[in-house]
Design a protein around this ligand. Structure first.
Ligand SMILES: Cc1ncc(COP(=O)(O)O)c(C=O)c1O
Length: 390
């Protein structure tokens, strides 16, 4: 099925965080501004998701729902075919989103004030997931070589030696866009194993990888390294379903999964939204070709941005992302404070996420969402130029 991603669809008036809530959260009045902050995309869901949802809606009874065999199989088949991972049905723990799963896992696998590590700059919500569960946030800065980020393994080991209990690993990485290699992932898993660190690998961007950069799951490392591991997978980013709130967290070691399972039951998170189940099952079962085409479109948007930056904003460093539809732009050469940078882009009518939100290492950067029709992207780029050339 060929996706129609060029359609420009008005999202105002749908209680949409990205469009309707710019004023409330960012102080940007509704009007001409083009939001590029929240990481969802502006594409309509395909018919192979909408039709089963409509049928479920038309049925009209919305009682408690369970996960069917076909639900599990649709995910198991997808992961076997696309990622060479054989998921086991008893690894699945299904929650309304990834962040609730990550927060509850932190609570299960550590005590108050224990250290929880992330590699920064990183998806900002991880910070509050750690601090709001009364854990101690520890960061290990990624190494930035002209826009290409790698892991500082020496620093990671030092931090592990100093007592880290849990690591949240963003694989692929938001915002720097890296698809970590098999070697990098194996090394992270070996270090966690060596120091008894629980590893939570957030793999919700797994399906969006570009050209030669093939996603590699932590579930592919040797079984002996998977004993203190949880892996979050979701159709959220792949099919644009974030408000349907559904993530599956895989825990290969049954004993380690028991506290998490108990917690889900205690909070009544062991029943599921019928709409989420229907949408995800249909998406995984029928979405392969659509996703392939969508990735080509997103990759083309990244190429458009790359050409634009080279031609019009050569002082800005943009290394094309290996995954995600989020571009990470290094604007430090402009010599602006974060405040001034934010003010300039906002007044030009383009609203990216500001890099400082992703940790200190993000200061001077912006994260621009490329998940939109190419025509809208082109308009955003013209505004970006207006904002940054002065
Ligand atoms: C790496 C990563 N993890 C988690 C989330 C949020 O996941 P959820 O909406 O399922 O809680 C995002 C959203 O952008 C993300 O980029």
């Amino acid at each position: 099925m060929h996706p129609d991603l060029d359609a420009v669809i008005n999202r105002y008036g749908t209680d949409c965080l990205k469009w309707d809530y710019m004023e409330k959260w960012l102080g940007v009045p509704e009007g001409e501004a083009l939001p590029s902050w929240v990481s969802d995309w502006d594409f309509k869901a395909p018919d192979f998701i909408l039709k089963p949802l409509q049928e479920r809606l038309d049925h009209g009874i919305f009682g408690y729902s369970e996960r069917s065999e076909e639900y599990f199989n649709s995910l198991i088949d997808w992961w076997r075919e696309r990622h060479q991972v054989t998921l086991q049905k008893d690894w699945f723990h299904t929650t309304p989103g990834s962040l609730p799963a990550i927060a509850m896992l932190i609570e299960c696998w550590s005590q108050q004030h224990d250290q929880v590590l992330v590699m920064s700059p990183v998806y900002h919500a991880f910070f509050r997931t750690i601090t709001n569960t009364q854990r101690t946030l520890v960061t290990s800065s990624l190494v930035n070589d002209n826009g290409y980020y790698t892991i500082d393994f020496d620093d990671l080991e030092l931090k592990f030696k100093a007592g880290v209990k849990v690591m949240i690993f963003c694989n692929p990485h938001n915002p720097v866009g890296r698809v970590w290699t098999e070697q990098e992932i194996t090394k992270v898993c070996e270090l966690c194993h060596q120091y008894g660190v629980y590893l939570i690998s957030d793999e919700i961007w797994a399906d969006i990888d570009f050209s030669e950069h093939r996603f590699f799951s932590c579930l592919r490392v040797d079984e002996s390294l998977q004993q203190k591991m949880a892996v979050c997978i979701a159709g959220t980013k792949t099919f644009g379903l974030p408000s349907l709130r559904l993530t599956n967290t895989m825990i290969p070691n049954e004993v380690e999964s028991i506290p998490f399972k108990n917690k889900l039951q205690a909070y009544g998170i062991d029943v599921y939204s019928a709409f989420s189940l229907v949408a995800n099952q249909a998406a995984y079962r029928n979405g392969a070709e659509w996703v392939d085409q969508t990735i080509i479109y997103l990759n083309e948007n990244s190429r458009i941005l790359d050409e634009f930056i080279k031609a019009e904003l050569p002082n800005i460093i943009y290394r094309r992302q290996e995954s995600t539809y989020l571009s990470w732009l290094d604007c430090r050469s402009l010599g602006l404070s974060d405040e001034a940078l934010e003010k300039q882009v906002h007044s030009a009518g383009v609203i990216p996420s500001m890099g400082y939100a992703f940790g200190e290492d993000g200061s001077g950067f912006i994260r621009l969402n490329l998940g939109c029709p190419a025509s809208v992207l082109n308009e955003k780029l013209l505004r970006l130029k207006k904002a940054l050339i002065n």
